[in-house]
Write a protein that binds this ligand. Structure first.
Ligand code: 4AD
Ligand code: MG
Length: 467
């Protein structure tokens, strides 16, 4: 038989030229059948759907047939035929089968229905399951949606450094980067570490956010976004926190907080719409298998205009709920940082719609946010989503040199590290705003997964850096 070039399963399933010779390659998901015939569900990752390969056992050697096991990798040449029973329009009648990779019965993904916890332990193999195939195709698609959105809106993709000497969020959650020999650390007279021999000649860390450098770019290029990994050594073992996660940070000159909120809402709706339209098969699979209200929730977000609510008014609603008998784990009072139970109460129980909360107390927000006239609050905005809580955090930035400098001093942020940032306010300062979207939080929302460890290929969490 002449060799024909490979067709991906996604394309094969759309073909109607029955009788043609085709080649398909992929991994065996299941094999079933009788003494005469085997039906192999073959998947190559291009789609959630498998192609059915029909094998007339009389035509093949037993030696070969015994190696067609779950997980084995095959190349199949055969005839494309109209299918009656496979649930697809087409199937392949095998004429030649080559085993590219055998797979013995120690393969951990033998049967279906493994727990998500178990699959995390085999994160190197879990992309071969239906669920993780769907999740990682959606992850790719969301990245494409994000770049497309910003490109179409005239934003420039700007690359900010991953190694930095400044702590953007000022939360002291940075992973240190060093080439010093930790067994033999040189010290200054006062006992502090002597960094002069370290790679950068001073302490350096992995970035928690590209925002500060993003602001430099926005005050030159007008509108930029970053999209890259960020690192936080926060010891929070929750279903919503990773030590290494991806963040998208647009930053726009001449935007005030209202423009910033409009952008956030339009952007996130664009991504959700993209998932519904361009990942329909995968989203439907996750909806049917995991979360029957996923599609409804995604569509729900598109319908409504997000509620805009001041922090002070939000706290009042929560206090009223407490008075009415609602029990929260954490206390509610003006000045508190909202826990995700509070955020979710507002979104899921009270408004039943995404909420953009603004004007938080300055004590619980970062130094760079624009200060309100009241002296107590800052022009921050967080987008709160059903099932997730905070999905976006952003603000209008303090554009006034003196106010910003004063806040930096109040918070004892080392000024010598901040000179370049303050220069933006010294040389042609302008109002500007931006926000950060946690990529994995967006993925939690569009996939309906309940643990952030399941929407990134290789999660990094406290005490876990396997693979
Ligand atoms: O609210 P955050 O800390 O804001 C910033 O980093 C700003 N510099 C953004 C900006 O204004 N340019 O983080 C932004 C978002 C959060 O809303 C959340 O979605 C996500 O990043 N995030 C995390 N996602 C996963 N794991 C973590 N540990 C996260 N910390 C924040
Ligand atoms: Mg935040």
């Amino acid at each position: 038989m002449d060799t024909v070039s490979r067709t991906k399963v996604i394309d094969l399933l759309k073909r109607e030229d029955y009788g043609s010779r085709v080649n398909v390659k992929g991994w065996v998901r299941t094999r079933r059948g009788s003494k005469q015939v085997s039906f192999i569900a073959l998947n190559d990752g291009s789609t959630i759907n498998n192609v059915q390969v029909v094998v007339d056992l009389a035509k093949f050697e037993d030696e070969l047939l015994k190696d067609i096991t779950t997980g084995a990798c095959l190349s199949v040449d055969g005839i494309l035929t109209e299918s009656v029973g496979s649930g697809q329009k087409v199937e392949v009648q095998a004429e030649k089968i080559e085993i590219l990779g055998k797979c013995d019965n120690t393969y951990p993904l033998q049967k279906k229905g493994h727990s998500m916890e178990f699959l995390r332990e085999v994160a190197h193999l879990r992309p071969r399951t239906n669920t993780f195939g769907a999740i990682f195709r959606i992850r790719h698609n969301m990245a494409m949606a994000i770049h497309t959105f910003f490109h179409e809106h005239g934003f420039f993709y700007f690359h900010t450094p991953l190694i930095t000497a400044s702590d953007c969020e000022g939360a002291g959650q940075m992973f240190q980067v060093t080439t010093l020999d930790l067994k033999n650390v040189k010290r200054n007279e006062d006992g502090s570490v002597d960094y002069s021999d370290d790679f950068f000649g001073k302490p350096a860390s992995l970035t928690v956010s590209g925002q500060l450098e993003g602001e430099l770019a926005a005050t030159a290029l007008g509108a930029i976004y970053t999209f890259g990994p960020t690192f936080r050594a926060e010891n929070s073992n929750t279903p919503r926190h990773l030590a290494e996660f991806w963040m998208i940070e647009p930053e726009v000159a001449f935007y005030d907080i209202n423009d910033d909120m409009d952008l956030a809402e339009e952007f996130i709706k664009y991504c959700v719409r993209w998932a519904l339209e361009k990942c329909a098969d995968d989203v439907k699979f996750l909806n049917d298998m995991f979360d029957k209200s996923l599609i409804e929730r995604l569509e729900g977000v598109l319908k409504e205009k997000f509620v805009r609510l001041k922090y002070t008014d939000g706290v009042k609603i929560l206090e009223d709920a407490v008075k009415a008998g609602h029990k929260f784990e954490f206390p509610v009072f003006w000045g508190m940082d909202l826990a995700s139970e509070h955020e979710r109460f507002l979104v899921e129980d009270h408004f039943k719609c995404p909420v953009i909360m603004t004007d938080y107390p300055k004590e619980i927000k970062a130094f760079y946010m624009k200060q309100n006239e009241d002296g107590k609050t800052v022009r921050a905005m967080d987008v709160l989503f059903p099932k997730i809580g905070e999905i976006i955090g952003g603000s209008e930035r303090e554009a006034d040199y003196d106010k910003l400098k004063q806040r930096i001093e109040e918070l004892h942020i080392p000024m010598k590290d901040m000179w370049w940032y303050l220069d933006t306010r010294k040389f042609g300062t302008c109002p500007h705003s931006g926000f950060g979207l946690g990529f994995e939080r967006l993925l939690l929302f569009v996939t309906g997964m309940s643990n952030i460890r399941d929407v990134i290929p290789f999660p990094r969490t406290p005490k876990n850096a396997e693979f």
